[in-house]
Design a protein around this ligand. Structure first.
Ligand SMILES: [Zn+2]
Length: 69
């Protein structure tokens, strides 16, 4: 924990969501599941619920990729 994090508590990067983040995703990875995620920064803090959604979405995407290949 750095002092900077204390000054600016993080919130989930998904617009309209203000849950505390439990994970950080690469922004490009996060945007694969959440196209509404604004650009900027390399990592996106993600709350528990959105992380679940992301995991599910990327899992489906990988399954689709495999079928495509
Ligand atoms: Zn969220």
């Amino acid at each position: 924990m750095s002092p900077a994090e204390d000054e600016a508590p993080e919130r989930c990067a998904i617009p309209g969501c203000d849950q505390p983040p439990v994970r950080h995703l690469a922004r490009s990875e996060a945007r694969a599941a959440f196209p509404e995620l604004p650009e900027g920064g390399r990592r996106a803090p993600i709350c528990r619920d959105h992380y679940r959604t992301w995991k599910k979405a990327t899992k489906d995407r990988r399954a689709l990729d495999r079928l495509t290949w």
